[in-house]
Each structure stands twice: as C-alpha cells, then as structure tokens.
Design a protein around this ligand. Structure first.
Ligand code: C2O
Ligand code: CU
Ligand code: CU
Length: 516
C-alpha cells in the first residue's frame, strides 16, 4: 500500500509566528479557522488531504508573552464528512454529529471554559454544540513561565482521528527571565513537531478502520488499541533535512504523535544539552545522550554543531537492538552542517537556568491512588480505564482550589502510559516498581524496590509523565489558580478516546461548583 520514500530530500519547513489580528488593552486577538486542505508531505508523493488550523499542518505557531493574554476564536469550517474511519460504537457516539471539534491548549493554566473540555465540542459554524459548550472564543492568561505549549483537538471520542487528520500546532510562551539568558535565538531557535503517519501511494492519509486481527463480530469501523504510523513527519514533511551553521542551536521539540514514543539520539558523538521540559526551563542543563520522549511531552535542547562542520548528523529514534530493518522509523531527520558561520556564536548556555521551588515544601492535603487498568468491552476489545471508572462516571477527583496533592499513578498494565493533567504543571516525585504478577493474582501491591528519583531531565515542571508498567509514579501538584471542571488522561490518543480519560473538579467551597 505504501511506497518506500526517499529520506532527507525535503527541507524542514520553518514555522513562523502567526501575526495577531489585533492588539487591544486586554491582550492579543487571533481568529484561526479549521479547514480541509491539501499539502505535499514528501517530494515524491501527491498532495495529502488534511485538516488544519488555518489550512496548515502543523497549525500556525502562536508566540505569546508572559502576562499578555491571548484570545483565540477557533472557528470550524470543516466538511461534515470525516477524513478517517470513525467508530461510533464507543461512548454512544452514534448520537452525535460525526465532525465535531474543540481546541485544548496543552500545558496552559486557564479557566475551565477556555480549556477545551471534550464535551464543549461544536460543529461547522457552531451549528451544533456539545453539552459543556459555553463560548466561541477562548482566553489564555499566560500568567505562567515561558515554555513550549501546543494546541490540538480534544473532542470526545474522536481526538485520535482529528489530531491524526492534522489538527495540532505549537504555542511558544516567552518570558523576560528566559530572554535575559542569551540562549540561541532567532534563526538559531527551531521548533520541531514530530509526528508519525501512514500514507497511501496516492498521498492520502491511512488510518486503519479495524485492528489487524479483528474478530468478525467487531463493529466496523472499530477503534484500535494503539496506532503507530510508518512515516516520521517533522513540521509537516516526511524525514526532512535542515542545513545548519557550525554553532549552537536551540530546538523546541514536541512529540505530537498519537501513540508513538521515541528515544531521541544523535548519530555522532554530540550529546544533547537538555535545558527545559514541558513547563519551561530546568534548574540546570542536563547533558544527555538519549532522551525518552512520550506523546505530548516537550523538550528544549541545545545542540552544539560547532565541531561538526561539513558533517551530516541524523536525529535518530533509537529503537533498540531488535529493530526491524524494514522499519524506517529509526530515523527522524537530518542536520547538514553545511552553512558557513554567519557571525561568531555569542549565545550562552548558563549553568543556572531557573529557580524551581520544590512543591514538597507545601502542606500536602492528601494522596490519591489512581490505578491504570486494562479490561475488555463487550466485543472483547481492550478497554483501558482509570481507577476502573469510565469517562461518563461521576467525578471522583476533586481537589480543593489552592491545595497541594500527591497523585500516585499505579500502572497495572504491561506497557507505559503518558499521563497528563490539565490546568497544572506538576513535579515528579518518584517511580516505584511493584510485582505485577503478584498483583494480577491477588490484587496486592508488593514493591520490588525502593522509590527511584525521576531522571534528571524530568526534575523540572511537567504536565505529562511516562508511568512505566508495574510502577507507582508519584507526582505532586498544586491545584490552582482556577476552580472548575478539567480532565486528566493518558495521552496515547487511542487510549484517551477509549476510555483512559476522566473529568476532575477543582472545588472552590466559597463558590457553588456548578459545571461552568
Ligand atoms: Cu494534550 Cu488533554 O491534552
Ligand atoms: Cu492538556
Ligand atoms: Cu495509555
């Protein structure tokens, strides 16, 4: 079905910040429209029909400044037929219009009614709206530290398909402290959105309508338990190349893939200097050879090409020793150190990047034990749950506004889940392994080792963290500054859609906690 594509033949598209429509006393205003469009993803392929914000994939990059609010009217002008096979057997989706969207800005601290609640969806021109829909324009206050955020679709039960169709983009929030550090900037700061897709020979997107081993009685289409595309696409081009100068560059990297996680590595003796994680700068740079990279995570790295003039360097996805030779996803993109140095590199990589107070100093109001569990539905399809609850069950997590809690994610499945909490940036306390076989026999958690500190590059602010199989991963968060209903979920989009997502309520006892 697919044709073998030559790698490193398309230049990396350079993402430019979107110009605001207007600036007023209350912030910066944009209107962004979701549309169907066509775009070439590779030199040798016909154009691919995609869905994108402003007809772009990735969507237009928004550049925001700390404390300057951004208002976006996210308009839907998509056709009423979906590009991809929609399984309506889950969540009672057959009742709903097929094409519906709602935008979530991942990592932002905003009020619940601008957060993109999965049931705040709407159709083309707001003709139909979901039960939680309340506004057409979302506001992002940006009262948080500089970081790379990203926006993507979040509509209930079809997020995996809407995002796969192209509904994802980057949002860079800048602050004065970061500017004062003199990190590589301008042409030397490059956003990279890494995704995977499968493409048919005619260029069209391929997403299976059923699992490979589908039993006969399965609905058709039927949701997949996971999906990895066979083609790596960076900033909208398959396996691109980038010509660079022999100097330091800063890369702001996002894993926007549905399911795929990566082990980023350079095929040279250059290491990454990781300077930031999901929620902004780390305390100190972390020199690192391989970076584990789960869906929705962001990393901020410096790569120093100054000793590599003339070389070609691959950004690899280290798949490990048993990688299949026909699998091309071990390559991501290529850097060619072919440009001559324009000016002396005066950028700086300071040892002290930022101050991060430890949340462990706060009063801790409680620990929630939250189990990631596998079960099966009536068709015997895998059904992944959080605490054995479905999306539609009543809210069980309801921290009080302003309090600090520990959430202990207990992964009783045999694979990792990248868990994400809306509204907050959290800190990872530890991962503690337990005996999964024992647990499967009698439901008892017997630890097989002491708690392990998170990896050095996970010791900053995070909003998404890998919870490895057979571990309890403990994170600590302060639930502020807004009350209301948010969600937490696994960011493997096939899991989030079925059914690893739960609403949660930041309760404000001084107010009535009505849903919006
Ligand atoms: Cu990026 Cu609720 O997700
Ligand atoms: Cu989010
Ligand atoms: Cu998952």
């Amino acid at each position: 079905m697919r044709r073998k594509l030559e790698k490193f033949v398309d230049p990396l598209p350079n993402l430019q910040p979107l110009k605001p429509d207007k600036k007023t006393g209350d912030g910066v205003h944009y209107e962004i429209t979701m549309k169907q469009f066509k775009r070439k993803l590779h030199r040798d392929l016909p154009a691919t029909t995609l869905w994108g914000y402003n007809g772009q994939f990735p969507g237009p990059m928004i550049e925001a400044n700390r404390d300057e609010p951004v208002h976006v009217a996210w308009l839907n002008q998509l056709p009423n037929k979906h590009l991809l096979p929609v399984d309506v057997s889950i969540h009672g989706l057959e009742q709903l219009p097929i094409v519906r969207t709602v935008v979530h800005l991942h990592g932002i601290e905003t009020k619940a009614d601008s957060d993109g609640h999965p049931e705040a969806w709407y159709t083309n021109n707001f003709q139909e709206t979901g039960p939680v829909f309340s506004r057409e324009t979302f506001t992002y206050p940006n009262h948080q530290r500089g970081s790379l955020l990203w926006y993507h679709d979040h509509a209930m039960g079809i997020t995996r398909l809407n995002v796969y169709a192209g509904l994802a983009g980057m949002y860079i929030l800048r602050d004065e402290h970061e500017k004062s550090l003199n990190l590589p900037a301008g042409d030397y700061e490059i956003p990279l959105m890494i995704t995977d897709r499968s493409l048919n020979a005619d260029g069209s997107l391929f997403y299976p309508s059923q699992p490979d081993d589908a039993a006969k009685n399965l609905p058709n289409p039927s949701i997949l338990p996971a999906y990895n595309g066979d083609t790596i696409i960076v900033n909208g081009k398959a396996w691109p190349f980038l010509e660079v100068e022999p100097r330091k560059y800063r890369f702001r990297i996002l894993n926007a893939s549905n399911t795929r996680s990566y082990q980023l590595q350079l095929d040279s003796n250059i290491n990454f200097q990781q300077i930031g994680s999901d929620g902004g700068l780390l305390r100190h740079p972390v020199e690192i050879e391989k970076i584990g990279f789960q869906p929705a995570e962001r990393i901020d790295v410096i790569i120093d090409f100054s000793k590599a003039a003339g070389q070609s360097i691959l950004l690899k996805n280290d798949l490990g020793p048993d990688a299949d030779p026909n699998d091309d996803t071990g390559d991501i993109m290529q850097f060619r150190v072919t440009k001559s140095l324009k000016n002396k590199d005066r950028s700086h990589l300071p040892q002290n990047l930022s101050v991060i107070p430890s949340l462990k100093q706060n009063d801790i109001s409680g620990i929630r034990y939250l189990k990631l569990v596998g079960s099966a539905d009536e068709f015997d399809r895998p059904l992944l749950l959080l605490n054995n609850k479905h999306w539609h069950d009543p809210i069980t997590e309801n921290p009080q506004l302003g309090t600090t809690e520990i959430w202990a994610f207990t992964n009783t499945t045999n694979f990792s889940h990248p868990i994400h909490i809306h509204l907050v940036q959290f800190q990872v306390l530890e991962h503690q392994p337990f005996d999964l076989e024992q647990y499967n026999q009698d439901g008892k958690i017997i630890f097989t080792g002491p708690p392990e500190a998170p990896a050095a590059n996970h010791r900053g602010w995070k909003d998404t963290i890998e919870v490895p199989a057979a571990t309890i991963t403990r994170v600590i968060a302060k639930f502020a500054p807004y009350s209301g209903e948010f969600v937490w979920h696994c960011h493997i989009l096939e899991h989030e859609d079925y059914d690893m997502m739960r609403p949660y309520m930041v309760a404000d006892d001084d107010k009535n906690n009505t849903k919006f």
